[in-house]
Ligand binder design. Structure first.
Ligand code: ATP
Ligand code: MG
Length: 389
């Protein structure tokens, strides 16, 4: 592959999406001397505070994206739910990395499953569902419990629900009838031993780098905790790493991608999903790896050499989720939490807090993942969102 000339600072990086991922990506870009411009519908989005420029527009506002692109040197996206048509139009005037293929493959669960099948990756047994009949067939062939997931647009466990048995099917069918023509994926709910993820980086020249495998814990579909290195058999870690590298090549990645995996009781690995971008399960790389996933993404997209992915220490990240009713976000308990050793607090500066919103995270580093997790959880327990706002 022709890598072309590197894009050097003070070039401007355009980020489609201004959430916490765009914010942390922008901070890493700034450290290297790049300028940052962001597209987001919300002028007070988390990335606004660190951006040179915010273009206000929805994630499918092609005119706004073209205005953003006009004054940047290269673009990326911080979520895979940006419109592929918009990205394709922008890509005609500026490089977008990772490219349109990574986006198309990962923004639609059914396309992603087809890609994973072609790439020879194991997945949970699944069926495409468009009609009530499809759902009935899927239920009889796959068996309960089932997970029914919207093909596009889901994140943090939204847009998916569990069908435990035939009684629950009634509600699922009613929902399906209400949203006619929806494209869904039904899959068997598996009992995994652990959830793992691999952050893989691929440069414009095809060079590859992978971080040590992380182990994740979700609560009702939302990530609550990640630790690294995952306490798993070295053969499993090697297999997960090899799989991630293979998928990065297959999707022609330029940038970082996270491969979410289920580790099955027999030691087998199945791919849950791919995210061709910086990812919540790699936040520990900021403190614990020589190069953070954010810097790595910037390096890859700008055609610079990939950085070392070696760990400085074991690490644990615990997400700081919102609680209670929607109100102005005021965090309390910092004085206690920050008094703990080796604890790092990241607050995304979202104006409002509400139940289960991702508001920040705590990362702790230590000699072992148990110590790191203990510290991160202790700090997390001291933090709370003020009621009065
Ligand atoms: P995100 O994009 O934030 O990762 P999402 O909404 O795209 O989330 P998934 O990754 O598909 O959703 O699912 C979220 C979590 O729900 C998984 O990490 C896992 O914990 C659980 N889950 C999803 N599918 C299954 C399944 N088939 N069997 C068991 N658990 C599942
Ligand atoms: Mg997921």
């Amino acid at each position: 592959m022709n890598a072309g000339a590197p894009i050097l600072p003070p070039a401007t990086i355009g980020i489609l999406g201004g959430g916490q991922l765009g914010r942390m990506l922008g901070l890493a870009a700034r450290e290297l001397g790049y300028r940052v411009a962001v597209l987001d519908p919300d002028p007070d989005c988390p990335a606004a505070a660190i951006a040179d420029r915010v273009e206000i527009g929805a994630y499918d506002d092609t005119a706004a994206a073209l205005r953003l692109a006009a004054d940047v040197d290269v673009l990326t996206y911080e979520l895979e739910h940006v419109s592929a048509a918009m990205v394709a139009t922008v890509a005609e005037i500026r490089p977008v990395r990772p490219g349109i293929r990574s986006l198309q493959v990962t923004q639609d669960r059914l396309a992603e499953r087809a890609f994973l099948g072609e790439a020879g990756a194991a997945v949970v047994p699944w069926r495409a569902v468009h009609t009530v009949d499809d759902l009935r067939v899927a239920a009889s062939e796959l068996g309960f419990p089932l997970r029914l997931k919207a093909s596009t647009g889901g994140y943090d466990g939204r847009s998916q629900f569990r069908i435990a048995d035939n009684t629950a099917m009634v509600g699922a069918i009613a929902r399906l009838n209400a949203h006619h023509g929806q494209s869904l994926l039904a899959e068997h709910e598996v009992e995994f031993t652990a959830e793992l993820s691999v952050v893989v980086a691929r440069g414009a020249d095809g060079s590859l780098a992978t971080y040590p495998v992380g182990r994740n814990r979700h609560d009702e579909g939302i990530l609550v905790e990640s630790v690294a290195p995952a306490p798993i058999d070295p053969d499993v870690a090697a297999a997960a790493t090899a799989l991630a590298r293979r998928l990065a090549d297959a999707v022609d990645l330029v940038g970082v991608m996270t491969v979410e995996l289920f580790l099955m009781p027999g030691g087998g690995l199945v791919v849950n999903e791919l995210a061709p971008r910086v990812h919540n399960s790699g936040h520990w790389t900021i403190e614990a790896a020589i190069t953070s996933q954010f810097e790595q993404h910037v390096r890859a997209m700008c055609g610079l050499p990939l950085g070392s992915t070696v760990l400085r220490a074991a690490a644990a990240t615990v997400n700081l989720l919102g609680t209670g009713a929607r109100r102005p976000a005021r965090l309390a308990g910092l004085e206690d939490a920050l008094a703990l050793e080796d604890v790092h607090l990241h607050v995304y500066d979202k104006r409002e807090v509400f139940e289960r919103r991702k508001m920040g995270h705590v990362t702790a580093t230590a000699a072992t993942i148990e110590l790191a997790l203990g510290r991160a959880m202790a700090a997390h327990a001291m933090l709370r969102w003020s009621e009065e706002g």
